[in-house]
Design a protein around this ligand. Structure first.
Ligand SMILES: NC(=O)c1ccc[n+]([C@@H]2O[C@H](COP(=O)([O-])OP(=O)(O)OC[C@H]3O[C@@H](n4cnc5c(N)ncnc54)[C@H](O)[C@@H]3O)[C@@H](O)[C@H]2O)c1
Length: 326
């Protein structure tokens, strides 16, 4: 297959590119390298796979670029990725995530598989009853242990500007025959997390640098973490089954068994956190119901949270990344 990965030098893109290159596919990466750490990822990929084609470009230029390539599938992962930045600069968030995704979906001849977000559900998630336990919150009632599926209402307020721009992009991708994934929290090797995005990686880097972590809120918020290995398996299955799933949307995460709270993570890592104010629109509880992906694609996560956290920590240590300025 001839594959274009926008955002291919980022965390998820690098894992996907490496997997596809190993399988002998022709892979092109389109990335402006704005994410700190993306040059490190790209150097690793270039050294291991000289056949990789790299286009260092802005998403603004995607329409013209698409006239120059012949493709079987596009994974659209390039984005303004942080909720915090979307509040500071909603116009550029809109330009990259909404307009950029529209341009790509509109002008692509190949089907597009898009990375959307659970933030498209907005404040509705926060209206689900929750219970407070010793180290975590959890849903109570209808959604307890089951999580949020694709039918959950997106008709609300407080999506965050990032949630709105991703929702716009998602709707256009599906309108033009592509597929969208509403991801919750992904993590794994090649992830250079920072205070704004990639919290699990950020926590581990902070620990290895012997610094103190700040938790925003009380630390009982939970997410269903999904390891990159499982995301890549899903994205590959989606390309293989693209005719069957065009126009669909999937709710994707690690599921209830892979939920972890910030307090539980710091406990696992042996860190003593300090606490700050809650961030705007932070969900106290989120986990995905991934039954649709199981039913249509036979997919479910394989890597447990314990295995995944160990793999991420080992990748940072083995490459001495915590000792580098990134
Ligand atoms: N990581 C998560 O937990 C998570 C959760 C939900 C959704 N997502 C979505 O998944 C996708 C991949 O996320 P990630 O964690 O790998 O992010 P990442 O920041 O590691 O990768 C994104 C890549 O896009 C590139 N990029 C950013 N703006 C660009 C632009 N204007 N033009 C060209 N390239 C640009 C960056 O340089 C980076 O390499 C994103 O669309 C993100 O919104 C991620």
């Amino acid at each position: 297959m001839k594959i274009l990965i926008t955002g291919g030098a980022g965390f998820l893109g690098t894992n996907l590119a490496e997997h596809m290159l190993k399988k002998g596919h022709k892979v092109m990466i389109y990335d402006n390298l704005s994410r700190p750490g993306s040059e490190i990822n790209l150097n690793m990929l270039k050294t291991k796979y000289p056949e990789l084609e790299i286009f260092r470009r802005e998403l603004d230029d995607i329409t013209e670029f698409l006239t120059t390539v012949d493709l079987d599938i596009i994974y659209h992962l390039a984005a303004q990725v942080a909720v915090t930045t979307s509040y500071e600069s909603p116009s550029s968030d809109f330009r990259i995530n909404a307009q950029g995704t529209f341009n790509l979906a509109r002008h692509s001849k190949a089907p597009v598989i898009f990375a959307s977000t659970n933030k498209v559900y907005g404040d509705n998630v926060n209206n689900i009853p929750i219970e407070e336990h010793k180290t975590r919150y959890d849903f109570s009632g209808e959604y307890e242990k089951k999580g949020i599926d694709e039918k959950f209402s997106i008709d609300s307020k407080k999506h965050t500007p990032y949630g709105v721009s991703k929702l716009v992009g998602e709707l256009y991708v599906r309108e033009f025959g592509g597929v969208a994934n509403r991801f919750s929290c992904m993590y794994g090797e090649n992830q250079f997390g920072n205070i704004d995005q990639g919290w699990l990686s950020h926590f581990i880097f902070t620990k290895l640098r012997n610094k103190q972590i700040t938790i925003f809120g009380d630390g009982k918020q939970i997410r269903d973490i999904l390891h990159a290995h499982d995301v890549v398996r899903l994205l590959e299955l989606q390309a293989k089954n693209i005719k069957k799933i065009q126009g669909e949307v999937f709710s994707i995460g690690g599921g209830h068994e892979n939920t972890i709270s910030l307090l539980e993570l710091t406990e696992t890592l042996g860190m003593k956190p300090k606490f700050g104010n809650w961030r705007p629109a932070d969900q106290k509880v989120y986990y995905a119901d991934t039954q649709k992906a199981k039913k249509l694609l036979g997919w479910k996560p394989e890597i447990t949270k314990e295995q995944g956290i160990e793999r991420l920590e080992n990748w940072i240590k083995d490459n001495n990344l915590h000792k580098r300025r990134i």
